[in-house]
Design a protein around this ligand. Structure first.
Ligand code: TA6
Length: 303
């Protein structure tokens, strides 16, 4: 389906010479590769999945597993998977794909625009007979990833049907860190969370989040901006979000990551997921003809 001729036709139609090219990525999957004076980045049509972002003079910001699979029907391990229309398992169907069906689907490349060195790549996907088998809804999703000195990700859902829609969503970002054991996530002090490693018990965060064991938490009713401080890479990653009422923080730690076949050895210590989301009781409702957008702005500074 993704043959070289199609990739080169897409590049001919939408690529921007020396700035954004559609190329064959891992597994032969089409990828938009952005290279400007200010930043470099990659986004796959498979899942509209951002796998890399490197602002000028900075190291890679996103974690990507060396053992990721690159094939239709499977999610890429790392980068920024898009979870929709459910998060985790589907409550009423244990056979449904975890985190929904759009991260394993091929999206349409709509446009690539360069504005002052910031390159915005826009992709979309619509409901079809396959998605309706899992979720009987009519929708259009549009995703705009802007690669520049900041990374801006914006996911818009349009309800194209005649019934109200209720869904969960997440930009499940895997941040690369030097050593998660010495990373600090600031901005969630006093926020209540559900601890998925402890039967979803509700707890309260005291101070910064420090990772010293498997961590899988849904922070509730929070729109707070966050800072991920990394004393090994000597940098701070600022994470500002909008239209999002939950933040998920995940690190599988050693044992759990060993059980995940596409996670590389030791990868758990080099990543932390901080996920802009609306999940569980904070699922979003959208009336027919209406839309909703969820977004995050990521910035890096060194120290
Ligand atoms: O965001 C945290 C989480 O829901 C965890 O519970 C964990 O399973 C993770 O996502 C990864 O899910 P995946 O389906 O990509 O293996």
């Amino acid at each position: 389906m993704h043959n070289v001729a199609n990739i080169s036709a897409l590049n001919h139609r939408l690529g921007i010479l020396r700035i954004a090219e559609v190329v064959e990525g891992n597994g032969g999957l089409p990828r938009v590769r952005v290279t400007t004076d200010g930043a470099a980045g990659d986004i796959y049509l498979h899942g509209a999945h951002v796998t890399s972002w490197r602002p000028k003079d900075a190291e890679e910001v996103l974690f990507l597993s060396d053992r990721s699979r690159w094939q239709d029907g499977t999610a890429i391990r790392g980068g920024v998977p898009i979870c929709f229309p459910w998060f985790g398992g589907k409550a009423d169907d244990p056979k449904a794909l975890a985190h929904g069906f759009v991260r394993t689907k091929s999206w349409q490349l709509e446009s690539i625009e360069n504005s002052g060195g910031c390159v915005a790549v826009c992709m979309s996907t619509d409901s079809d007979e396959v998605t309706r088998r899992w979720w009987p809804a009519d929708f259009r999703l549009t995703y705009r990833a802007s690669f520049g000195s900041k990374l801006k990700l914006d996911l818009e859902l349009q309800n194209t049907g005649s019934e109200p829609l209720r869904f969960e969503e997440a930009l499940h970002a895997y941040f690369r860190v030097g050593d998660v054991r010495s990373a600090l996530l600031t901005g969630l002090d006093s926020v209540h969370y559900l601890d998925k490693t402890d039967l979803y018990r509700e707890k309260v965060q005291h101070g910064d989040v420090q990772i010293s064991a498997e961590t899988d938490r849904v922070y509730l009713a929070t729109q707070n901006a966050l800072t991920l401080s990394d004393s090994v890479m000597r940098r701070r990653v600022s994470i500002r979000k909008w239209n999002s009422l939950t933040t998920v923080v995940w690190n599988p730690w050693m044992e759990k990551s060993e059980a995940i076949s596409d996670f590389d050895d030791g990868g758990w210590s080099e990543m932390l997921c901080v996920e802009t989301s609306n999940v569980l009781g904070y699922a979003v409702e959208v009336e027919p003809g209406q839309s909703h957008s969820l977004g995050v702005l990521i910035e890096v500074s060194s120290f």
